[in-house]
Ligand binder design. Structure first.
Ligand code: NAD
Ligand code: UDP
Length: 314
């Protein structure tokens, strides 16, 4: 089948492209390269079933020919990235989603939206089931991302109801792995690059806030299964093993063998104190279970930064 991936030059989009090409699909990635990079796709250039177009999806989605699925991943995704680009982030969630789902409607294609655990905001319910409507500050700095994705979910549901578009929503929880951009400011990249450079690990707040970290290969298996299914979702995709940020710092220091100290910095506004997915629905609907634990995933990610991203550590 032919799959269009918006945001295909990013961390998740490029891994999804690899997985789809590997099983025989054709892939057309569309990306404006704001937070993604061509280096993530270098190895695919020249592949007979791969195509790349540099384009901003908020302006339209110029894709010719038949399309069987559209995976909409285009959006700034790390907090520093979307805080730096508030209006672009809202546009990616709103206009970008409209263009992507319109393409799916016109071609009779399946549409899969990459939503986020952030739609739960600062959750009052723990762990988070898909039935939970969330607790989001609509005018706080993070709202451009949270509300942009909530709008994207609403638009997806409305297209399914109004036009019968075959839609699926996945809510992705913190995912990490090779090809994360060294400067993206996410906690796993910050801690690994800081540990490898011998710089202090920057823990925001007292480090007691929690996240549940999913390794990229597990996540991409879930995304692929969602593309193949007729499941509307929303489905949480994430690893339910929950760690405090202080624990994560300890694990990364141990695996890298780094002697870096920990430096405590203020907690950013509206930073969710706890986050952990319930993944029963994804297990039932897709037969999906994450398989790679945090230590193993961090080992693989550290190895990648060591070998491939050496330059970014200098
Ligand atoms: P990323 O920043 O590596 O990838 C996003 C890609 O979208 C980048 O290549 C960027 O250049 C592109 N992009 C942004 N705005 C665009 C626009 N207007 N037009 C075309 N391309 C545009 O981030 P990622 O981690 O790979 O995230 C991919 C998707 O998954 C995002 O939608 C994100 O919200 C979602 N998600 C990711 C995580 C995670 O932990 N990685 C968690 C929840 C949701
Ligand atoms: N964080 C941290 N140090 C850093 C970067 C992030 O302590 O250098 C914290 C951040 O405050 C949050 C958690 O780690 O509580 C996860 O942050 P990230 O930006 O990776 O993703 P989020 O889940 O906030 O979207």
């Amino acid at each position: 089948m032919r799959v269009v991936i918006t945001g295909g030059a990013g961390f998740l989009g490029s891994h999804l492209a690899d997985a789809l090409l590997h099983r025989g699909d054709s892939v057309h990635c569309v990306d404006n390269l704001t937070t993604g990079r061509l280096a993530n796709l270098d190895h695919l250039m020249g592949h007979p079933r791969f195509r790349f177009t540099e384009h901003d999806v908020t302006l339209g989605l110029p894709v010719a020919g038949p399309v069987e699925a559209v995976a909409h991943l285009a959006s700034p995704a790390s907090p520093p990235d979307y805080l730096l680009r508030p209006l672009e982030t809202l546009a990616a969630g709103s206009r970008g989603t409209e263009h992507a789902i319109e393409l799916a409607r016109r071609r009779g294609a399946r549409f899969v939206l990459a939503s986020t655990s952030e739609i739960y905001g600062s959750p009052e319910l723990h762990p988070q089931p898909e039935e939970y409507w969330g607790h989001v500050n609509p005018i706080g700095p993070r709202s451009v991302y949270d509300e942009g994705k909530r709008f994207a979910e609403a638009m997806t549901a409305a297209y399914a109801r109004s036009y019968g578009v075959d839609c699926g929503i996945v809510r992705i929880f913190n995912t990490y792995g090779p090809r994360m951009s060294a400067g993206d400011g996410r906690v796993v990249t910050n801690f690994i690059t800081q540990a490898l450079r011998g710089e202090p690990l920057t823990v925001y707040g007292d480090g007691s806030q929690t996240r549940s970290f999913c390794y990229v290969d597990d996540l991409v298996r879930g995304l692929t299964a969602m593309i193949d299914s007729a499941e509307p979702g929303p489905l949480n995709l994430g690893n339910p093993a929950e760690f405090s940020i202080a624990e994560l710092a300890g694990i990364i220091l141990r695996i890298t063998g780094s002697a870096s100290p920990v430096r405590y910095l203020p907690l950013p506004q509206d930073d969710p104190p706890r986050r952990r997915p319930m993944v029963k629905r994804a297990a039932e609907a897709l037969g999906w279970h994450p398989g790679i634990g945090l230590e193993e995933g961090v080992r693989r990610t550290v190895a990648w930064f060591h070998t491939v991203e050496r330059g970014a550590l200098l």
